[in-house]
Design a protein around this ligand. Structure first.
Ligand SMILES: Nc1nc2c(ncn2[C@@H]2O[C@H](COP(=O)(O)OP(=O)(O)OP(=O)(O)O)[C@@H](O)[C@H]2O)c(=O)[nH]1
Ligand SMILES: [Mg+2]
Length: 328
């Protein structure tokens, strides 16, 4: 890196540590768009991370995730907590080309310098939560946010990826999902610490609560032992405020539980996952580079195309070549 780049990144890192809003925005743009500068930035702020409570909020489109987050943020602001909000692949974004509804919902928050709201893309990641999103969480953490809320829309893999970064995962559902309840069984029911049945003011929320409880009970029968935290199911409405206060306190209770029982293990597990992801990303990039650009590895590719060797054998040869060169 040029000296100018280093100075530039150091200045931004200092701004982040002061909690300066413009520096936070620039830092997140760096981790999104400048892979060359991102590692230096993260190295500067990393020692100051690990303080924030990270709350993942996921669930099917339109279940009320953003509306609930706005409510939660308002309550936590009364407790003088500093808040960061990241919306990953928002269908109705918080910022930028926000839909009118979201704008109105978020208006009270956007004027508050202790609430930072940002939407991000999950592009280019296997589990739907990109490296950039993880780094953005670190930036907000180092900037002194007490609670960082990450909204992912439950359509692809992002809702499962959230588990890799969040202390507490909320799965937000609502009545009238119909077939959507089927989709719950695929993965998402395993990740919730708290299930929220939102829009209790319309439709039959009690039936959805029962359905979730049934699924959870069936799933728990297959567990070797009872988990220490049994997932909660809470009915809410952002219209009548039913259950909102209870939800806030349950989220806090869950964090206290994590900190009291398994925080060391929790942090260790997250870091293992992150290291494996970063290594995997580097190795994949280097493999692609060699296979397409290097004449020897390209020859191996040609042999697979001719059915001369199979992909497993070829991959072993290429991996051996990568290790020999040690360029990644
Ligand atoms: N009646 C009622 N409507 C609600 C409630 N919560 C949210 N809504 C409405 O449901 C619609 C979707 O709300 P959002 O908060 O944008 O939902 P979301 O889950 O963030 O949606 P995506 O980000 O697009 O997946 C909006 O029109 C909200 O006003 C609720 O508790 N009751
Ligand atoms: Mg939303």
């Amino acid at each position: 890196l040029a000296e100018g780049d280093i100075e530039f990144v150091e200045r931004i890192a200092e701004g982040v540590l002061r909690g300066d809003v413009r520096s936070i925005a620039r830092a997140i743009s760096i981790v999104e768009n400048e892979p060359r500068l991102a590692p230096l930035l993260i190295s500067k702020i990393f020692p100051y991370t690990g303080r924030a409570h990270i709350v993942g909020v996921t669930g099917p489109p339109g279940s009320g995730k953003s509306s609930l987050i706005a409510k939660l943020a308002k309550i936590w602001r009364k407790d003088e907590k500093k808040i960061g909000i990241i919306a990953v692949d928002p269908t109705s974004p918080f910022t930028g080309g926000a839909l009118l509804g979201d704008r109105i919902r978020m208006q009270e928050l956007t004027g508050d310098k202790d609430v930072y709201i940002r939407s991000m893309a999950s592009r280019g990641s296997l589990d739907g939560l990109s490296r950039a999103t993880r780094d953005a969480i670190k930036i907000l953490d180092a900037a002194g946010k007490d609670i960082i809320i990450v909204e992912t829309v439950g359509a692809g893999q992002a809702e499962v990826g959230i588990v890799k970064v969040a202390h507490t995962v909320l799965v937000v559902l609502c009545p009238g999902l119909g077939d959507e309840i089927q989709f719950l069984k695929a993965g998402i029911m395993e990740i919730g610490d708290i299930f929220v049945v939102n829009k209790a003011d319309i439709g039959d929320a009690d039936r959805v609560v029962l359905e979730i409880e049934n699924i959870l009970e069936m799933a728990s029968e297959f567990l070797p032992q009872k988990p220490a935290w049994a997932p909660l199911v809470i009915k809410t409405s952002v219209i009548t405020n039913e259950g909102i206060e209870k939800l806030v306190r349950s989220i806090e209770e869950h964090y206290a539980y994590i900190r009291g029982t398994s925080e060391g293990e929790f942090v260790r597990d997250k870091i293992i996952e992150e290291l494996v992801d970063i290594i995997g990303e580097n190795v994949r990039e280097y493999a692609r580079h060699l296979i397409t650009k290097d004449s020897m590895c390209n020859e191996i590719l040609e042999r697979v195309l001719k059915k001369d060797i199979d992909p497993y054998t070829a991959a072993r040869k290429i991996l051996a070549e990568m290790l020999k060169r040690r360029e990644f």
